[in-house]
Design a protein around this ligand. Sequence first.
Ligand code: ADP
Ligand code: MG
Length: 293
Amino acid sequence: MNAVLQSHTASDRLNAQQANQPTAEALLQVQGVSLEYRTPERVVRATHQVSFEIDPADRFVLLGPSGCGKSTLLKAVAGFIQPSEGQIRLAGQPVKEPGPDRIVVFQEFDQLPPWKTVIENVMFPLLASRTLKRRDAEERARHYLEKVGLSAFADAYPHTLSGGMKARVAIARALAMQPKILLMDEPFAALDALTRRKMQEELLELWEGVRFTLLFVTHSIEEALVVGNRILLLSPHPGRVRAEINSHQYDLKSLGGVDFQASAQRIHRLLFDEGEAPAVEHDLRFQDIRIAY
Ligand SMILES: Nc1ncnc2c1ncn2[C@@H]1O[C@H](COP(=O)(O)OP(=O)(O)O)[C@@H](O)[C@H]1O
Ligand SMILES: [Mg+2]
């Protein structure tokens, strides 16, 4: 699966940049973005001049300790909050407000309205946003329910489903909108360890079939290595970019392997060794590390 999961576009662009060739624009560009919360008493800076780019079909992970601004960054990409500095562009257009081209999957799947069946839940955003008429919405919903293996549960109500199944409904509902980018904020954090692993596996399988573009937030190094093909490491509060790492070589089968463990430890040091000198490539021993601060 590794070879198939690999996305070449990002490194191709980097090579082209180094060779001063003109490059295609990334799908999502986050440029020098600082995000702040203003309360009457004070200003909380959540992120400081964060930059990254996401290409189509990337599985891009924001990784960092709690409070480093991951959720805030995701909300800014979704258009719920505006940067105090820098800018965010999707397909070349500045992000100014929420839109159906960016769909967020949150951790709380209990947000699925309990009075709607599974298929009604998946159809709802398509109808509410007037993306499709009822008949086409139903067809689209059935297609994505099949993709997540829930065709047999189309007429079930959410309370009859397990946590993992609710997660799959939430993912089907998001994918049915066919967003330019799917945003997931610690989507599996509330699940038990085994279900979480299963959901990671299913997410990767789904990606194999659909090749959507994913921005995924987690504070778990292991989850980042498994889910992502690229990982942005953020330092603690306020979040700044520490490094960006290519992680396409790992999947669930790599868990526990020597190479996987070594990478996890190196990431841990990068995230938490406060006094560490600026990271340079040969220290990190990530052969394919792209930037280091
Ligand atoms: N609504 C808010 N008002 C004030 N400060 C907030 C608000 N939401 C988050 N913060 C602060 O912004 C920082 C980043 O928060 P968050 O993006 O939730 O971090 P993460 O998702 O990485 O855990 C934290 O210090 C948090 O306390
Ligand atoms: Mg968060």
